[in-house]
Design a binder for this molecule. Structure first.
Ligand code: SF4
Length: 511
């Protein structure tokens, strides 16, 4: 539909002989999926929502030619039914701080000039001309940035470790193998602002002493791949990646590697094996990729969102970045807000915001006026949080202490009609499907866990089975080889802890 809107807008511009004054530009995602497709008018920032191809002619003839806003396409504030023209004033955007998503929805991602116009490649220039690798690493360390892929490992420290390892060849790898159900944070960044990732990878290369960048991206992301290819080509042409960048003698280039959609390949050792053409199976760490990674060389792996923060930290300084967030979790986090919520979409919020603010102020509350029941964070590795967790400030440590985790940013909201045992079963089904099968606890244990949940939901289990279920979940957690198996029982354990009555109700109904 968006393609048709673009075509119709161009046609309307041409019909009104406005080609020399008006540009129709395709941007990346605005984040407000619930109200898409969106057309934004620049420079007055009018934000038209739920636009159809048929509306295109009216937007041009009314807004551009006659200077009148098309009222019926403006966002209507659910509080007072008033039209809001500027997205800044919408509940969905008011509490957001967009750092990683700063350019998504603002620039044409297929035009490097638009990225440059918003400080693009300035950070790379600054690092190469004014900073030693050690100084740049210190800046990232001081910022407090932690890995946004789920682990939360301090990014600057990771860079420092790879920098300190001796190696004739080192690699910078961008993990774009996003696989959580309902998550599309990385895809949106790559589709909306691919240069921010390329720039950050070059900065990382300079810091660790590597000239080779690889982006491991799932083949199911054709638009992101297409835009990355265009971005790499344009960046090479302009000389911001390639040989002798800015005449400093520093070389850095980026290539793409495609993943086939296996969830386990998001784990860094599996990802590296997959890039090497081997089976995407994890191996025990150490050695960590920083010491022995791609082709046995020191390799720094960060995910897309982590990289997207880097140029801003260099441009604005560690102090600015670390002023946002909580004591141990700095900056912002991008979440894909989904499920039974009014404003489904992609949001970026400061660390420390509460779940209540995310779900009710930004998310607009629960669909159809139903009652909130739970929110799943951290995808299949995370847990379900409840009413009592709504006022906890969101950060890495608080989410873990509450029985869930940050993960890469999936956030699925459930209402009073959802059965929490079925929710746990849904995630287990996913894990069973995605287990690589290398170790027995995950390969066999998760299958048995799923079968037990199935038995419970069908009313065929006894109360004793609940004890066995918990024991098995703990064994899988303690003995699996990699993060996938170690976290796969989390949805079961957290729902057993927070919704014990629902498990008991199923058991009580047992014949
Ligand atoms: Fe493979 Fe699961 Fe074992 Fe990880 S925990 S190595 S995904 S079988």
């Amino acid at each position: 539909q968006s393609e048709e809107i673009v075509e119709n807008l161009k046609q309307a511009v041409s019909d009104n002989s406005l080609e020399n004054e008006i540009q129709v530009v395709r941007t990346g995602c605005f984040g407000f999926c619930e109200k898409g497709p969106i057309v934004k008018m620049i420079p007055d920032n009018t934000f038209y929502v739920q636009v159809t191809p048929e509306d295109a002619g009216e937007i041009i003839s009314e807004h551009i030619v006659k200077g009148r806003k098309v009222e019926r396409l403006l966002f209507t504030d659910p509080e007072n039914n008033e039209h809001i023209a500027d997205s800044k004033h919408m509940g969905f955007y008011k509490k957001q701080i967009r750092i990683a998503l700063r350019n998504c929805g603002f620039i044409n991602p297929e035009n490097i000039d638009e990225y440059i116009a918003r400080d693009g490649y300035a950070a790379l220039g600054k690092v190469l001309s004014e900073m030693t690798p050690e100084e740049a690493i210190k800046e990232i360390k001081d910022s407090g940035l932690r890995g946004r892929g789920g682990g939360g490992f301090p990014t600057g420290l990771k860079w420092e470790i790879t920098h300190n390892v001796e190696g004739d060849e080192k690699y910078v790898v961008c993990n774009a193998d996003e696989g959580d159900p309902g998550a599309f944070m990385d895809r949106s960044i790559l589709e909306g602002d691919p240069h921010s990732v390329l720039e950050a990878m070059a900065i990382c290369g300079y810091c660790i002493g590597g000239s080779n960048g690889l982006i491991y991206i799932r083949a199911e992301y054709p638009l992101a791949i297409e835009r990355l290819k265009i971005a790499i080509e344009q960046a090479r042409e302009l000389g911001v990646i390639g040989k002798d960048i800015f005449g400093t003698g520093f070389d850095f280039d980026v290539e793409l590697r495609y993943g086939a959609g296996a969830f386990v390949c998001g784990e860094e050792t599996s990802l590296i094996h997959s890039m090497e053409g081997l089976r995407g199976e994890p191996t025990v760490k150490p050695p960590f990729p920083s010491v022995s990674g791609y082709k046995g060389k020191p390799t720094n792996v960060n995910n897309v969102e982590t990289f997207a923060n880097i140029p801003v930290i260099i441009n604005n300084g560690a102090k600015w970045f670390s002023s946002i967030g909580t004591e141990k979790s700095k900056g912002t986090k991008v979440f894909a807000l989904a499920g039974k919520i009014n404003n489904v979409g992609l949001i970026e919020v400061p660390m420390g915001i509460t779940l209540r603010e995310v779900i009710f102020d930004i998310g607009g509350g629960i669909k159809d006026g139903k009652k909130f029941k739970a929110v799943q964070t951290g995808g299949p590795s995370g847990g379900c949080l409840t009413e009592k967790h709504l006022d906890i400030p969101i950060d890495y440590d608080n989410l873990i202490a509450s029985g869930s985790m940050m993960g890469s940013g999936g956030m699925i909201v459930m209402d009073e009609d959802d059965c929490m045992v079925s929710v746990a079963k849904f995630y287990l089904d996913f894990t069973v499907e995605e287990s690589c099968g290398k170790c027995a606890p995950c390969r066999i244990g998760n299958k048995r866990l799923y079968e037990m949940l199935d038995k419970i939901t069908k009313g065929n289990a006894t109360e004793d089975d609940l004890g066995i279920l918990r024991n098995l979940a703990n064994v899988i957690k303690d003995t699996s080889l990699c993060g996938l198996g170690q976290t796969s029982p989390n949805p079961v354990l957290s729902t057993m802890d927070n919704f014990a009555d629902e498990y008991l109700a199923h058991v009580k109904d047992a014949k």
